[in-house]
Design a binder for this molecule. Structure first.
Ligand code: AQP
Length: 340
């Protein structure tokens, strides 16, 4: 383990690959907000270079998604005065360090990444090289800040472990103690929000069915309709938490309730155990609307002034580069690049 004292610094990012979902909010953004404060420097990124790995998005849509994601961060409580907020492509050191990490990471490590297998499916030969190399870019995103903590949803755990392996191998190969061994922060009741249509699948912005997810831009009627139609089983909620063990859809709704109410699944079962879904779902819909509607209203207000969003992102990129430029320069020196 590292003996160097690194500045406590949080980095995390979200792809502007579509609209924000409740999964992104509960698994990531809400946690990002919780980590703002005196304990850490906080750096949050719209990872637009990642967003083109699965396929190129229409350019206007990508620009819209990036601005909307920034609006979502701010509407949910990320304060650009307190956190650095920017889009990845404007800080070139991310991609530059990623190249070095492409040369650190081993093919065998990358071939074990389950996200690539899930996204590529049976069509791996036809995927972009960028999708395969995604985790090395993610490691660069984190380590170009010497970030010590990364709040993510459960699905990103393996990528953070790979980031740790890359840091350890680089430090070992060059006999330095330069990159921190970053800690994943995977906490809370909703580290893996599942699809509303299939309790075995993660809620995702790219799922073909809009009914599978709650979008952060959905209005109250859409949120209530999606929760009402969410797939469940015919049994009432159990009176003990372990009664949810083989009931993934019911478990998902309880977890969502707990995360939105900032309580535990145990407490939700204490209050709602024994209820039919015809009673629990409207209670969940009311809670979701109460928590999400103010965010979506603020998002659309911010989206009325895209120039202001662009100014926030440009300022964030400048602040980010003040951290990343010296770290890249030192990396190049360690590796032996003349002129670094
Ligand atoms: N369903 C989820 N539950 C909890 N956390 C989630 N996250 C995503 N979905 C859930 C967390 O959100 C952060 C950003 O994820 P991302 O947008 O970079 O990529 P992703 O994980 O691939 O998310 P999506 O929605 O499934 O995007 P697409 O469809 O474009 O691939 C991460 O911290 C992630 O854990």
């Amino acid at each position: 383990m590292s003996e160097t004292q690194f500045t406590p610094r949080v980095f995390s990012g979200i792809q502007p690959s579509g609209g924000l979902t409740l999964g992104n909010y509960l698994g990531a953004i809400k946690r990002f907000v919780d980590m703002q404060g005196d304990e850490f420097e906080t750096v949050y990124c719209m990872v637009d270079l990642h967003a083109i790995t699965a396929r190129f998005i229409d350019p206007d849509t990508l620009r819209h998604n990036t601005r909307e994601l920034c609006a979502g961060f701010i509407a949910a409580g990320i304060d650009p005065q307190q956190s650095i907020l920017f889009n990845q492509s404007q800080v070139p050191e991310h991609a530059q360090l990623a190249w070095i990490f492409n040369c650190v990471a081993r093919m065998g490590w990358m071939q074990r990444m389950t996200q690539f297998k899930d996204k590529a499916g049976k069509n791996a030969q036809n995927q972009s090289l960028g999708l395969f190399a995604y985790p090395a870019l993610m490691a660069a995103d984190i380590l170009i800040y010497h970030a010590t903590h990364v709040p993510v949803g459960e699905d990103q755990k393996q990528h953070v472990e790979l980031t740790r392996d890359i840091a350890i191998k680089f430090n070992h190969d060059f006999g330095v103690d330069f990159f921190p061994v970053t800690e994943p922060v995977i906490e809370g009741a909703a580290t893996r929000v599942m699809s509303l249509r299939d309790g075995s699948k993660k809620m995702s912005k790219s799922d073909a069915s809009d009914m599978s997810r709650i979008n952060m831009t959905d209005d109250a009627d859409a949120i209530a309709a999606k929760i009402r139609k969410a797939r469940t089983d015919p049994e009432p909620l159990p009176s003990e938490l372990d009664g949810l063990d083989d009931r993934p859809e019911a478990r998902n709704l309880v977890n969502i309730y707990a995360a939105l109410a900032e309580t535990t699944p145990e407490a939700v079962i204490t209050d709602h155990g024994g209820q039919q879904f015809s009673v629990f779902k409207p209670a969940l819909a009311d809670l979701a609307v109460a928590k999400l509607a103010p965010i979506s209203t603020e998002m659309s207000r911010l989206m009325d002034d895209p120039g202001e969003i662009d100014r926030i992102l440009a300022h964030g990129a400048e602040q980010a580069r003040a951290i990343t430029a010296p770290i890249l320069k030192r990396t190049y020196e360690i590796v032996g690049m003349v002129g670094a």
